[in-house]
Structures are given as structure tokens and as C-alpha cells.
Design a protein around this ligand. Structure first.
Ligand SMILES: [Zn+2]
Length: 460
């Protein structure tokens, strides 16, 4: 049984099922105002692997992930570029799916768009006002957080410290600094919807509480997102549900953020890595491998050396798949004999034990890469049955993590040939540092180079 860290309790606990045999997951998706970056790729891959693993364990997974298609940032960009805000959202969403498809992420079971649920959001705000827990001001409708039972549960902070840390704009006539906008009254030039509080648009926190409850029902199993969403976004989603007396997420999961050069990836620091750029330079599976090599709650450092190393590991997986003839779906290995059955059960047991332990993917993946090496050793030693059984089992479990072997392309493409030529030039000129960098770039694309008497030879 999968045990997962729960942000609310601070404990690793079994992920329970509200409805036996199925799991409902809500993951906060993107605000579509620009191309996705490496951090987006990471969270999508973390929840993609969680879903694949739950399905591997025989659970039916309903995976809901929203698209925020109206927001300050979308409107701002549309105004700067003198475009329709819908056009900005649509274009950015297309870029999003292109990158996520390239990463091999399964599309969510449902992708609710904020603009399609505005009526339901207005109803929720009205219900909160009717209950006396929300109030209208000059610029919107706010939730009274001071009275919310357990406010600060996810942030693990007291109301006093949250109040002290809250930023209050001069013009706000909020009753408490921790109160937040459920509804924002219309400003000139902004998209608006009608409501009993005048035309305007819903706040972001209202969007996710409405869509998760609409699509998964009360007391759904798991709410996830990046660590940066714990407070205030998720705290405030929960506050609305609690205020209405509705059961909300039973388990909270948050993934760590991406760092570049040891620093948080930020546009203002100039270390911002767009996903499309990252994928253009390497095998798309290398980023998935990199994500899996790091524990999901830890920060993830993204760099070229780590990607190249991941590419080299993938080349070994591909090579084994070709050796045992299982590019494409892995056939069931012959496991009649006791020792072979044990070999297979042992590999599966180790994999599931690691994954059940709060998704310890570095351990699960490490074991599988050892199994890849061991399969080759068995095959080299002439123990063909054992080698094949272990190889097929490892490939099957790698596929659970979303890593499918690639068929070898017969010849290196132009880009790889160019890298090989430049490396050879650098080597002849004695610039071994440059030659090594080019070799690493080729490794990231799955190509190895051997310097023989007949000149450099390329192979997968
Ligand atoms: Zn959200």
C-alpha cells in the first residue's frame, strides 16, 4: 500500500481510498500566460508517475488538473501586446500541451478551465456571504479567515504569525490582513462576469475549490501541487470548503521546486529554463529520468551534466531492450521455473517497496538500473533465461515510471554527426575539455563515441 507524506499532518501515512478501488486526485495546473518552464515539467512528471504507479497497483485513477485561463498575468500580457486575453491563454495552453506531450505525460482524465465554471464560483461566493463568513468591500468580496477552523493547518503557522506576515495594500478595506478575495470587482478593460456583487471575476483560490469539488466530490482522496502553492493557495482553498462545512481533500501532497545553479529558478535571476529549450537539446526521457532520480519533496537541480548522465543511462536501457528484442511493449517472460519466478518477484518486490515508501523513486530507479546491468551480466555469462526474465521485468517496471525503450535509429542524424565532427576537431586541436563537453551532449542524445584506429565510431 502506498504511504505518502501528508502536508497537513506532517506524517507519512497510507493514501486511503474514499471509494474502494479508485483514487481521485486534483493537481493545480498552469496559469496559461507564457511557455512552460522546467518547474512545470517537474510537477507534471511527479503526478504522472504517481498516477502510473497507482494504476500499476490496480487502482482506477481519476486525475483532474485545471487550466487557469483568466488571471492578472494573462490580462497584463494581453494589454502589453494589445491582444485579446483569450488569445494569450489559448496560445499558451497549446504550448503547454506540446511540451507535456513531448515529456510523455499522460493527459489528465479531466482538464477543467476556470472560465467554464464561473457560475458555480459565483454560487459558492454567494453561499459564503449568506453564511456570514464572507463580506463585500469596495473592490470585491473577501473571506473572513480568522473564524475558519484550523486556518494555518497546511502552512503549519499560527494565525498570529500569518497575520504578521501578510501584506496589506493601502487601499484594502479588508477586516483582517489574512482575508483574501473570493471575487474581484471589475476594473476598466478587464474581462467580467455578472454576479450579485456586481460584474467582476473570481479569485484564483475560489477556482480550484469549486472545480475540485465539482469533479471529484467532497472528501476526495488527494490534492497536489508544487510546494509554492501550500500557502496561501491551498490553505485558502481549504478555508472556503471548511467555512461551508464541506469535506475537502483527505491527503495533501506537494513536490519540491526546481533550482538552477543552486538557486530557485526565477525569470528575474536569468536562470529560467523553458521546457521547450530543455527538450530540444536532449532525449525528452532524460528530463523524466532526472526528475525520478531526485526525491519528489527535495529541490531538483537541473543542469546539462545531469541531463547528459541521464541520457547515458537511457542508452543502456535501450541497448538492453534491443538485446532481448523488446522494443515496444514487453512480452511476458517465461517464468515457469521456480528460480526465474523468484528473480522476477524479487525485482517487482523491491520496486514496489521503494515506491510504496513515499514514492522513493531514486531508490526504485537505482534498483532497476542495477537490474539492467545484472541482466547484461547474466546474458554475457550465457544464462539466457535468467538474463531475459530479469531484463523484461526491469523494462516492464521502467515503463511503469513512464520510461519506454527507444528503437535504435540506424544512423545518427545531421545534428549528431555535426557534434561528432566538432568533437573530433576539438580532440585533434588538443582541446579535450571541449571534446568532453561535446561527448556529453552526444550522450544526452543517446549516442556514444569510440575512438578506434579507423577514426571515431558512433553507436547507440
Ligand atoms: Zn489550484
Amino acid at each position: 500500500m502506498l504511504r505518502l507524506y501528508d502536508t497537513a499532518t506532517g506524517l507519512v501515512a497510507p493514501l486511503g481510498e474514499r471509494d474502494a478501488g479508485s483514487i481521485g486526485i486534483y493537481v493545480c495546473g498552469p496559469t496559461v500566460y507564457g511557455p512552460p518552464h522546467a518547474g512545470h515539467g517537474r510537477f507534471v512528471l511527479v503526478y504522472d508517475v504517481l498516477r502510473r504507479y497507482l494504476e500499476h497497483r490496480g487502482l482506477a485513477v481519476r486525475h483532474v488538473s485545471n487550466v487557469t485561463d483568466v488571471d492578472d498575468k494573462i490580462i497584463e500580457r494581453a494589454q502589453v501586446e494589445a491582444r485579446d486575453w483569450r488569445d494569450v491563454a489559448l496560445e499558451s495552453e497549446q504550448q503547454w500541451w506540446e511540451s507535456m506531450d513531448a515529456l510523455g505525460a499522460l493527459r489528465p482524465s479531466a482538464v477543467p478551465h476556470a472560465t467554464k465554471f464561473v457560475e458555480e464560483m459565483v454560487d459558492l461566493v454567494a453561499a459564503l456571504v449568506a453564511k456570514g463568513v464572507a463580506y463585500e468591500t469596495g473592490d470585491g468580496v473577501y473571506l473572513s479567515c480568522e473564524a475558519v477552523d484550523g486556518y494555518g493547518l497546511l502552512a503549519h503557522q499560527s494565525l498570529d504569525s500569518l497575520r504578521a506576515g501578510a501584506r496589506v495594500a493601502v487601499s484594502d478595506d479588508k477586516r483582517s490582513p489574512v482575508d483574501f478575495a473570493l471575487w474581484k470587482k471589475a476594473k476598466p478593460g478587464e474581462p467580467t462576469w455578472p454576479s450579485p456583487f456586481g460584474p467582476g471575476r473570481p479569485g484564483w483560490h475560489t477556482e480550484c475549490v469549486v472545480m475540485s469539488l465539482e469533479l471529484l466530490g467532497e472528501s476526495f482522496d488527494l490534492h497536489g501541487g508544487g510546494l509554492d502553492l501550500v500557502f496561501p493557495h491551498h490553505e485558502n482553498e481549504r478555508a472556503q470548503a471548511v467555512s461551508l462545512g464541506r469535506g475537502f481533500a483527505r491527503h495533501w501532497m506537494h513536490n519540491g521546486l526546481v533550482t538552477v545553479g543552486g538557486e530557485k529558478m526565477l525569470k528575474s535571476l536569468g536562470n529560467y529554463v523553458e521546457l521547450a529549450d530543455l527538450l530540444a537539446g536532449s532525449d525528452a526521457r532524460a528530463y523524466r529520468l532526472l526528475v525520478l532520480r531526485s526525491y519528489y519533496r527535495s529541490p531538483l537541480e537541473v543542469g546539462e551534466a545531469a541531463l547528459a548522465d541521464a541520457g547515458a543511462a537511457l542508452a543502456r536501457v535501450d541497448e538492453l531492450a534491443r538485446r532481448v528484442g523488446s522494443v515496444g511493449p514487453a512480452p511476458q517472460p517465461p517464468v515457469a521455473a521456480g528460480a526465474l519466478r523468484e528473480l522476477r518477484a524479487g525485482a517487482i518486490g523491491r520496486f514496489e517497496a521503494a515506491m510504496d515508501d513515499d514514492l522513493a523513486t531514486p531508490r526504485a530507479l537505482g534498483d532497476l538500473l542495477v537490474a539492467v546491468r545484472e541482466s547484461n551480466r547474466l546474458l554475457d555469462a550465457g544464462d539466457v533465461d535468467a538474463g531475459r526474465v530479469l531484463a523484461h521485468t526491469a523494462l516492464e517496471l521502467l515503463a511503469v515510471l513512464g520510461i519506454e525503450p527507444h528503437a535504435a535509429s540506424e544512423r545518427p542524424d545531421e545534428h549528431v554527426t555535426d557534434l561528432a565532427n566538432r568533437r573530433e576537431d576539438a580532440r585533434r586541436a588538443g582541446d579535450y575539455a571541449a571534446a568532453d563537453t561535446l561527448r556529453a551532449e552526444m550522450a544526452a542524445l543517446g549516442w556514444q563515441v569510440d575512438d578506434g584506429p579507423a577514426g571515431p565510431q558512433l553507436h547507440r
